[in-house]
Design a protein around this ligand. Structure first.
Ligand code: GLN
Length: 292
Protein backbone atom coordinates (compact mmCIF):
# COMPACT_ATOMS: atom_id res chain seq x y z
CA UNK A 1 0.00 0.00 0.00
CA UNK A 2 1.45 3.33 -1.01
CA UNK A 3 0.20 6.85 -0.52
CA UNK A 4 0.82 10.12 -2.33
CA UNK A 5 3.01 11.23 0.55
CA UNK A 6 5.19 8.13 0.27
CA UNK A 7 5.47 8.27 -3.52
CA UNK A 8 6.55 11.90 -3.42
CA UNK A 9 9.04 11.24 -0.66
CA UNK A 10 10.59 8.20 -2.38
CA UNK A 11 10.66 9.50 -5.95
CA UNK A 12 13.95 10.64 -7.42
CA UNK A 13 12.11 12.83 -9.92
CA UNK A 14 12.12 16.59 -9.75
CA UNK A 15 9.36 17.34 -7.19
CA UNK A 16 7.39 19.64 -9.49
CA UNK A 17 7.41 16.99 -12.28
CA UNK A 18 6.41 14.25 -9.81
CA UNK A 19 3.45 16.32 -8.64
CA UNK A 20 2.24 17.01 -12.18
CA UNK A 21 2.44 13.29 -13.04
CA UNK A 22 0.67 12.29 -9.83
CA UNK A 23 -2.03 14.93 -10.27
CA UNK A 24 -2.64 13.44 -13.72
CA UNK A 25 -2.86 9.89 -12.35
CA UNK A 26 -5.21 10.68 -9.47
CA UNK A 27 -7.46 12.52 -11.88
CA UNK A 28 -7.44 9.64 -14.40
CA UNK A 29 -7.89 6.82 -11.92
CA UNK A 30 -9.87 8.37 -9.08
CA UNK A 31 -11.29 11.59 -10.50
CA UNK A 32 -9.60 13.44 -7.64
CA UNK A 33 -8.73 17.12 -8.09
CA UNK A 34 -5.16 18.40 -7.87
CA UNK A 35 -5.82 19.60 -4.31
CA UNK A 36 -6.06 15.92 -3.26
CA UNK A 37 -2.24 15.81 -3.60
CA UNK A 38 -2.39 17.47 -0.18
CA UNK A 39 -5.83 16.71 1.22
CA UNK A 40 -5.71 12.94 0.53
CA UNK A 41 -1.98 12.37 0.68
CA UNK A 42 -2.25 9.54 3.23
CA UNK A 43 -5.01 7.57 1.46
CA UNK A 44 -3.96 4.19 0.05
CA UNK A 45 -3.75 4.29 -3.76
CA UNK A 46 -5.08 1.52 -6.05
CA UNK A 47 -2.69 -0.93 -7.69
CA UNK A 48 -3.52 0.14 -11.26
CA UNK A 49 -2.51 3.71 -10.40
CA UNK A 50 0.70 2.57 -8.74
CA UNK A 51 1.64 0.44 -11.76
CA UNK A 52 1.16 3.38 -14.07
CA UNK A 53 3.13 5.62 -11.73
CA UNK A 54 6.07 3.19 -11.93
CA UNK A 55 5.92 3.33 -15.71
CA UNK A 56 5.64 7.14 -15.91
CA UNK A 57 8.40 7.60 -13.36
CA UNK A 58 10.67 5.36 -15.45
CA UNK A 59 9.83 7.18 -18.69
CA UNK A 60 10.39 10.57 -17.08
CA UNK A 61 13.75 9.36 -15.72
CA UNK A 62 14.66 8.41 -19.30
CA UNK A 63 13.89 11.99 -20.32
CA UNK A 64 10.42 11.77 -21.87
CA UNK A 65 8.79 15.21 -21.60
CA UNK A 66 6.14 15.58 -18.89
CA UNK A 67 3.74 17.08 -21.44
CA UNK A 68 3.90 13.94 -23.61
CA UNK A 69 3.49 11.66 -20.60
CA UNK A 70 0.30 13.39 -19.47
CA UNK A 71 -0.74 14.22 -23.06
CA UNK A 72 -1.44 17.89 -22.50
CA UNK A 73 0.07 21.33 -22.02
CA UNK A 74 -1.30 24.69 -20.88
CA UNK A 75 -0.67 27.53 -23.31
CA UNK A 76 -1.93 31.10 -22.93
CA UNK A 77 -5.42 30.49 -21.53
CA UNK A 78 -6.13 27.20 -23.25
CA UNK A 79 -5.17 23.57 -22.68
CA UNK A 80 -3.83 21.63 -25.63
CA UNK A 81 -3.57 17.94 -26.28
CA UNK A 82 0.02 17.12 -27.23
CA UNK A 83 1.77 13.97 -28.46
CA UNK A 84 5.20 13.18 -29.91
CA UNK A 85 4.05 14.33 -33.39
CA UNK A 86 3.96 17.99 -32.30
CA UNK A 87 6.22 20.51 -30.62
CA UNK A 88 5.30 21.15 -27.00
CA UNK A 89 4.03 24.75 -26.77
CA UNK A 90 6.48 27.00 -24.88
CA UNK A 91 5.64 29.88 -22.53
CA UNK A 92 7.82 32.26 -24.59
CA UNK A 93 5.52 31.72 -27.58
CA UNK A 94 2.75 33.42 -25.59
CA UNK A 95 4.48 36.69 -26.49
CA UNK A 96 3.62 36.13 -30.16
CA UNK A 97 -0.03 35.61 -29.22
CA UNK A 98 -0.13 38.67 -26.96
CA UNK A 99 1.46 40.94 -29.57
CA UNK A 100 -0.95 39.69 -32.24
CA UNK A 101 -3.98 40.32 -30.02
CA UNK A 102 -2.73 43.85 -29.20
CA UNK A 103 -2.05 44.73 -32.81
CA UNK A 104 -5.46 43.48 -33.95
CA UNK A 105 -7.24 45.34 -31.17
CA UNK A 106 -5.54 48.60 -32.03
CA UNK A 107 -6.23 48.09 -35.76
CA UNK A 108 -9.97 48.06 -35.01
CA UNK A 109 -10.50 45.18 -37.47
CA UNK A 110 -13.87 43.54 -36.80
CA UNK A 111 -13.29 40.20 -38.51
CA UNK A 112 -9.53 39.78 -38.77
CA UNK A 113 -8.25 37.03 -41.03
CA UNK A 114 -5.23 35.29 -39.61
CA UNK A 115 -2.91 32.61 -41.01
CA UNK A 116 -0.83 30.43 -38.64
CA UNK A 117 2.01 28.80 -40.58
CA UNK A 118 3.36 25.57 -39.09
CA UNK A 119 0.68 25.34 -36.45
CA UNK A 120 1.83 22.08 -34.78
CA UNK A 121 -0.59 21.41 -31.92
CA UNK A 122 -2.57 24.48 -33.02
CA UNK A 123 -1.26 26.48 -30.06
CA UNK A 124 -0.94 29.92 -31.67
CA UNK A 125 -3.93 29.74 -34.01
CA UNK A 126 -6.26 28.31 -31.38
CA UNK A 127 -5.16 30.76 -28.66
CA UNK A 128 -5.88 33.58 -31.13
CA UNK A 129 -9.25 32.07 -32.07
CA UNK A 130 -10.15 31.79 -28.41
CA UNK A 131 -9.18 35.37 -27.59
CA UNK A 132 -10.13 37.38 -30.68
CA UNK A 133 -13.88 37.42 -31.21
CA UNK A 134 -15.00 37.01 -34.84
CA UNK A 135 -11.51 36.15 -36.02
CA UNK A 136 -11.20 33.93 -39.08
CA UNK A 137 -8.25 31.67 -38.54
CA UNK A 138 -6.52 29.31 -40.95
CA UNK A 139 -3.86 26.97 -39.55
CA UNK A 140 -1.51 25.09 -41.82
CA UNK A 141 1.10 22.44 -41.22
CA UNK A 142 3.05 20.18 -43.53
CA UNK A 143 2.60 17.26 -41.13
CA UNK A 144 -0.63 15.25 -41.35
CA UNK A 145 0.05 13.94 -37.85
CA UNK A 146 0.31 17.47 -36.43
CA UNK A 147 -2.86 18.57 -38.25
CA UNK A 148 -4.78 15.68 -36.75
CA UNK A 149 -3.78 16.77 -33.26
CA UNK A 150 -4.47 20.45 -34.00
CA UNK A 151 -7.93 19.59 -35.33
CA UNK A 152 -8.66 17.48 -32.28
CA UNK A 153 -7.65 20.46 -30.14
CA UNK A 154 -10.00 22.75 -32.06
CA UNK A 155 -12.80 20.27 -31.43
CA UNK A 156 -11.99 19.92 -27.73
CA UNK A 157 -11.90 23.71 -27.35
CA UNK A 158 -15.08 24.13 -29.36
CA UNK A 159 -13.32 26.41 -31.83
CA UNK A 160 -15.12 24.96 -34.78
CA UNK A 161 -14.70 27.80 -37.25
CA UNK A 162 -10.91 27.44 -37.41
CA UNK A 163 -9.79 26.03 -40.79
CA UNK A 164 -6.94 23.54 -41.17
CA UNK A 165 -4.93 22.79 -44.28
CA UNK A 166 -2.01 20.55 -45.03
CA UNK A 167 0.59 22.75 -46.67
CA UNK A 168 4.31 23.40 -46.80
CA UNK A 169 4.18 27.11 -45.85
CA UNK A 170 2.12 28.73 -48.64
CA UNK A 171 2.43 25.93 -51.21
CA UNK A 172 -0.92 24.25 -50.63
CA UNK A 173 -2.98 27.36 -49.98
CA UNK A 174 -3.80 28.13 -53.56
CA UNK A 175 -3.21 26.58 -56.96
CA UNK A 176 -3.74 23.14 -58.37
CA UNK A 177 -4.17 21.50 -54.99
CA UNK A 178 -6.32 24.44 -53.94
CA UNK A 179 -8.01 24.08 -50.65
CA UNK A 180 -8.99 27.71 -50.30
CA UNK A 181 -10.52 29.93 -52.99
CA UNK A 182 -8.17 32.75 -54.08
CA UNK A 183 -10.18 35.51 -52.39
CA UNK A 184 -9.83 33.69 -49.08
CA UNK A 185 -6.06 33.76 -49.40
CA UNK A 186 -5.62 37.37 -48.30
CA UNK A 187 -4.85 37.71 -44.61
CA UNK A 188 -4.65 40.63 -42.20
CA UNK A 189 -2.04 38.84 -40.15
CA UNK A 190 0.40 36.00 -40.74
CA UNK A 191 1.98 34.41 -37.67
CA UNK A 192 4.53 31.65 -37.37
CA UNK A 193 6.78 29.86 -34.92
CA UNK A 194 8.83 27.95 -37.50
CA UNK A 195 11.69 25.51 -36.92
CA UNK A 196 14.63 27.80 -36.20
CA UNK A 197 17.33 25.79 -34.47
CA UNK A 198 20.43 25.45 -36.66
CA UNK A 199 21.62 21.95 -37.71
CA UNK A 200 23.91 20.38 -35.15
CA UNK A 201 23.01 22.85 -32.36
CA UNK A 202 23.68 21.23 -29.00
CA UNK A 203 20.17 22.13 -27.71
CA UNK A 204 18.76 19.48 -30.07
CA UNK A 205 20.32 16.75 -27.97
CA UNK A 206 19.16 18.20 -24.66
CA UNK A 207 16.02 17.86 -22.50
CA UNK A 208 12.57 17.68 -24.09
CA UNK A 209 13.93 18.53 -27.55
CA UNK A 210 15.37 14.99 -27.90
CA UNK A 211 11.80 13.66 -28.00
CA UNK A 212 10.13 16.35 -30.12
CA UNK A 213 9.73 16.13 -33.91
CA UNK A 214 12.97 17.31 -35.45
CA UNK A 215 11.08 18.92 -38.36
CA UNK A 216 9.38 21.28 -35.88
CA UNK A 217 12.70 22.30 -34.32
CA UNK A 218 15.35 22.57 -36.99
CA UNK A 219 15.62 23.42 -40.68
CA UNK A 220 18.72 21.19 -40.88
CA UNK A 221 20.54 24.28 -42.13
CA UNK A 222 21.38 27.65 -40.54
CA UNK A 223 18.08 28.07 -38.66
CA UNK A 224 16.85 30.82 -41.01
CA UNK A 225 15.51 28.86 -44.00
CA UNK A 226 11.87 29.07 -42.88
CA UNK A 227 12.09 32.87 -42.54
CA UNK A 228 13.56 33.18 -46.04
CA UNK A 229 10.71 31.10 -47.50
CA UNK A 230 7.96 32.78 -45.49
CA UNK A 231 9.12 36.39 -45.90
CA UNK A 232 9.52 36.00 -49.65
CA UNK A 233 5.99 34.81 -50.24
CA UNK A 234 3.99 36.39 -47.41
CA UNK A 235 3.45 39.81 -49.09
CA UNK A 236 1.36 38.15 -51.80
CA UNK A 237 -0.95 36.76 -49.12
CA UNK A 238 -1.17 39.86 -46.93
CA UNK A 239 -3.78 42.61 -47.12
CA UNK A 240 -2.35 46.05 -47.90
CA UNK A 241 -2.18 47.02 -44.21
CA UNK A 242 -1.40 43.42 -43.20
CA UNK A 243 1.41 42.44 -40.92
CA UNK A 244 3.54 39.46 -40.01
CA UNK A 245 4.84 38.26 -36.65
CA UNK A 246 7.36 35.47 -36.18
CA UNK A 247 9.07 33.88 -33.23
CA UNK A 248 12.80 33.24 -33.56
CA UNK A 249 15.74 31.87 -31.58
CA UNK A 250 17.39 33.72 -28.69
CA UNK A 251 20.23 35.04 -30.88
CA UNK A 252 18.46 35.51 -34.23
CA UNK A 253 16.75 38.90 -33.80
CA UNK A 254 19.24 40.85 -35.92
CA UNK A 255 19.33 38.30 -38.72
CA UNK A 256 15.55 37.89 -38.85
CA UNK A 257 15.01 41.68 -38.94
CA UNK A 258 17.65 41.88 -41.67
CA UNK A 259 15.78 39.28 -43.74
CA UNK A 260 12.58 41.30 -43.36
CA UNK A 261 14.42 44.38 -44.54
CA UNK A 262 15.82 42.56 -47.57
CA UNK A 263 12.26 41.72 -48.59
CA UNK A 264 11.19 45.38 -48.23
CA UNK A 265 8.90 45.03 -45.23
CA UNK A 266 8.25 48.24 -43.30
CA UNK A 267 7.78 49.07 -39.57
CA UNK A 268 10.14 46.25 -38.62
CA UNK A 269 10.16 45.79 -34.86
CA UNK A 270 11.90 43.44 -32.42
CA UNK A 271 10.14 42.34 -29.21
CA UNK A 272 11.49 40.93 -25.96
CA UNK A 273 9.92 38.05 -24.05
CA UNK A 274 9.41 37.98 -20.27
CA UNK A 275 12.96 36.75 -19.79
CA UNK A 276 14.25 39.84 -21.63
CA UNK A 277 15.23 37.83 -24.72
CA UNK A 278 14.56 39.25 -28.21
CA UNK A 279 12.06 36.63 -29.28
CA UNK A 280 9.63 38.01 -31.88
CA UNK A 281 9.99 40.14 -35.01
CA UNK A 282 7.04 41.95 -36.55
CA UNK A 283 6.63 44.00 -39.70
CA UNK A 284 4.12 45.40 -42.14
CA UNK A 285 3.87 44.56 -45.78
CA UNK A 286 5.34 47.24 -48.02
CA UNK A 287 2.65 49.53 -49.46
CA UNK A 288 3.20 48.33 -52.99
CA UNK A 289 3.68 44.66 -53.67
CA UNK A 290 3.78 42.86 -56.97
CA UNK A 291 1.11 40.22 -56.54
CA UNK A 292 0.94 36.84 -58.24
N1 GLN B 1 11.49 27.26 -28.75
C1 GLN B 1 11.96 25.95 -29.06
C2 GLN B 1 13.24 25.70 -28.26
O1 GLN B 1 14.23 26.36 -28.47
C3 GLN B 1 12.24 25.80 -30.53
C4 GLN B 1 11.00 25.89 -31.29
C5 GLN B 1 11.22 26.23 -32.72
O2 GLN B 1 12.21 25.88 -33.36
N2 GLN B 1 10.28 26.91 -33.23
O3 GLN B 1 13.21 24.89 -27.40
Amino acid sequence: MSTIQELLKESTLDKADAKVLLAHLIHQHLNWPKSALISRDTDALPKALLDEWTLLEKQRTEGHPVAYLIGKKEFFNIELKVAPGVLIPRPETELLVELTIDRIQSSGKKTPKILDLGTGSGAIGLALAKNIPNSQITCVDVSAEALKIAQENARLLNLNSVKFLQSNWFDGLIGLTTNLPAEECVFDVIVSNPPYIPAGDHHLSMGDLRFEPSSALTDDHDGLMAYRAIFKEAPAYLAEDGFILVEHGFDQSKQVCQLLQEQNYINIKAHQDLAGIWRVASANRAASVKLG
